[in-house]
Design a protein around this ligand. Structure first.
Ligand code: UDP
Length: 324
């Protein structure tokens, strides 16, 4: 039987490379399209074709897509929240214009299906917990605004054209493929777990915990940490769903479970056997106290659920990279 062909745009990045790995394991024919601005060559797989290209280069996108694909996975975006507030032009150009280019090139070349990496950042300050897909959207940073606008654009295109999409709203992605096949660590990480890891390895002396006066059990922020391999398997399920049924959806991807910043630090100490030096610092602007997903819709529509439910196991997959 002929393999289904998938174009993974942003496939050399942290989440993208895990998606490529999962697609290859599930017998898809994969092409990666990435400009390697934040993606890394060491995240590429020999079994996937690689095209170095930019999403702002419409001609190249169209030429690439004219090879014919059953689906596109679109993960190419700028994603640093703080930077998006300082330099919204960069985020408008890359995230908004880049997405318009991708979807327009799909329509011109007859590709009907796209899985899009959206974010819990579309919700802004949550009004109730856990957050379901009906929760009002009201981003409070420019990054989240771009993700919401792209969701809306896809919704319009799905009404006007033969265009089908699944937007996956990631909560906090963490961990690495347990087999160590993906090695590319992010440079200048901004997220909690890579920062705690840098303290564990001695690359950083001390870290800051942003706020210990939240209305949470230990006063620190609670998030829904989902293993990147579980995120990746949801993309495979989303492509299958699009190929079989073609209905468009917006779906939250989380674990239904919250973990506080201090609980993450304690878990890293347990897994690594090392002491993590930290200090309490003022709250970070725009941080909600608690952000946890319900993944009922993902279970129902994608027949998906996370395999990793234990935070120590998740952290172990990150630590493996450091000790190997
Ligand atoms: N955080 C922290 N210190 C850091 C980085 C993050 O205390 O050096 C906290 C942050 O305030 C938030 C949680 O860790 O409550 C997760 O932050 P991250 O930036 O990883 O993801 P976000 O939830 O903002 O998408």
């Amino acid at each position: 039987m002929q393999k289904n062909k998938v174009l993974v745009i942003g496939g050399a990045g942290y989440i993208g490379s895990h998606v490529v790995r999962a697609l290859l394991k599930n017998d898809f024919a994969v092409t990666v399209y990435d400009n390697l601005s934040t993606g890394q060559e060491c995240n590429l797989f020999a079994d996937a074709q690689f095209i170095r290209g930019d999403i702002l280069d419409f001609q190249m996108l169209r030429q690439t897509m004219s090879e014919g694909y059953d689906a596109v996975v679109h993960l190419a975006a700028k994603k640093a929240v703080g930077e998006s507030m300082d330099n919204p032009q960069k985020y408008a150009l890359n995230n908004l214009n880049g997405s318009v280019n991708i979807f327009n090139a799909m329509i011109e070349t007859g590709i009907k299906n796209v899985v899009f990496s959206s974010s819990a950042a579309v919700f802004g300050m949550p009004q109730y917990m856990p957050v379901d897909e009906q929760h009002p959207v009201c981003p409070i940073n420019f990054y989240g605004y771009t993700k919401l606008k792209i969701e809306e654009l896809m919704d319009w295109y799905s009404r006007l054209k033969d265009f089908h999409y699944i937007a996956l709203r990631y909560f906090n992605a963490v961990g690495y493929a347990a087999d160590g096949s993906i090695k590319g660590r992010e440079k200048n990480p901004q997220n909690l777990l890579p920062i705690v890891m840098e303290v564990a390895t001695g690359k950083r002396q001390k870290m800051q915990v942003f706020g210990n006066d939240y209305d949470t059990p230990d006063g620190t922020c609670v998030r829904d940490y989902i293993h990147v391999e579980d995120l990746a398997s949801a993309h495979v399920a989303a492509i299958r769903q699009l190929l079989q049924k073609g209905d468009s959806h917006v779906i939250n991807l989380g674990t239904n479970k919250g973990t506080s910043v201090l609980e993450i630090i304690e878990a890293v100490e347990r897994v690594t056997g090392r002491k993590i030096a930290y200090e309490f610092a003022p709250r970070r602007a725009g941080d909600p106290a608690i952000l946890v997903a319900t993944n009922q819709k993902a279970q129902k529509v994608l027949n998906w659920q996370p395999d990793y439910v234990n935070i120590d196991e998740i952290i172990q997959t990150t630590w493996n990279l450091e000790v190997k």
